[in-house]
Design a protein around this ligand. Structure first.
Ligand code: FE
Length: 360
């Protein structure tokens, strides 16, 4: 496998593109901006060119196993989603890109809106990947998923005291709720799912009451909310499952913080817990379209799923495959089966609600 990296610093500086979904305060976010060097791709029969916002060591193993199985060489261009999208725009029809991989549904939606994807029909993909985790027209497919969980202080909150996202708006939690900024895509997607569940008026009322319950002005990333619960700044926090999983096997300080909190998978009595995805689609005009589809199919086999998901302590998109021990320890849960494409289509409205209700 050949690895090509692009200079994101240069790209973002020269082109002035910004990333609204930067992982403020999260030290091991899945999007980095520190790559370097040049670029180049091939387009002959035996290759597939992947533009990926993921950069985990295990990814190489997955691509190498694909090459061993098929003889198709995988060329990777890594960068954050914004820089990769800018590059795709710039390259236009000349782009050698076959596959675009993004680390959340919001980014996939953005790429979809820009017309970057071409629909794919694949029996393997539609059989293996649950319908809610892939685009209804086959524009992209979820590969891994993460739950947006509630985390509570075990010494101050009883199990069963908080059970849903809606509970976060209960006056009982006044001054006790920790959640990051509304500029973060995970919260925008969560808001999009609340909007889908309750409609605009109720979603806005929820948002207003949530803001009234905040322990402090939103700051930091998801890990910082968990750390703040452990430090007693608030009693309940909202975070993606993988951040707590990373903390529970991380630095001694993070392990100590993680040990002080309990996990709630919200809304188990109704629509289920909000999940978001990382995923991939085949690029319009891909010079190696068949190879691209084969790669996506390969990414859904058991070993690839476990490696891909395990790399960031996420859940495999394909049901029934084992997860990492840290997630296993959280227990099982029912997920909200709202299609992940709705997070994107509700995004504008979600942003307006968050702005009106004062979620900064
Ligand atoms: Fe993240």
């Amino acid at each position: 496998m050949t690895r090509y990296l692009l200079s994101l610093f240069l790209a973002t500086t020269l082109l002035g593109c910004t990333s609204p979904a930067t992982e403020t305060g999260d030290s091991a976010s899945e999007e980095s901006t520190d790559s370097a060097a040049n670029s180049g791709t091939e387009s002959s029969d035996g290759v597939v060119n992947v533009y990926s916002a993921r950069h985990y060591d295990v990814d190489d193993e997955v691509y190498e196993s694909f090459t061993r199985e098929t003889g198709i060489k995988v060329n990777i261009i890594e960068g954050d989603s914004a820089a990769l999208l800018e590059r795709l725009r710039r390259e236009g029809e000349q782009s050698p890109a076959d596959v675009f991989i993004a680390v959340d549904a919001g980014r996939l939606y953005q790429a979809e809106q820009e017309g970057i994807f071409d629909p794919v029909e694949s029996e393997i993909l539609s059989q293996r990947i649950p319908a809610n985790l892939r685009h209804p027209d086959g524009l992209w497919f979820g590969l891994t998923k993460r739950a947006r969980i509630l985390v509570y202080a075990k010494d101050r909150v009883q199990p069963g005291e908080i059970n849903s996202y809606e509970d976060l708006a209960d006056p009982k939690w006044k001054g006790r709720v920790l959640i990051r900024s509304s500029s973060n895509i995970y919260n925008q997607s969560l808001m999009g799912s609340i909007l889908a569940a309750h409609g605009e008026e109720a979603a806005e009322a929820w948002c207003r009451d949530l803001v009234a319950n905040m322990a402090r002005k939103p700051q930091g990333g998801d890990r910082d909310q968990v750390r703040a619960v452990a430090a007693g700044e608030g009693d309940v926090a909202v975070a993606n499952s993988y951040y707590l999983a990373h903390m529970s096997s991380g630095s001694p300080e993070d392990q100590a913080a993680a040990a002080k909190v309990g996990v709630v998978f919200p809304n188990q009595d109704d629509r289920g817990t909000h999940v978001n995805i990382s995923g991939a689609g085949v690029v319009k005009g891909a010079p190696n379209r068949d190879n691209a589809i084969r790669l996506l199919e390969h990414l859904t086999d058991e070993t690839a799923q476990q490696l891909f998901a395990g790399g960031n302590k996420e859940y495999p998109a394909v049901a029934g495959y084992a997860t990492v021990p840290e997630l296993e320890a959280f227990g099982e849960f029912q997920e909200d089966t709202l299609n992940a494409s709705v997070f994107g289509s509700n995004n504008q409205q979600a942003l307006m609600i968050m702005d009106r209700c004062g979620w900064r």
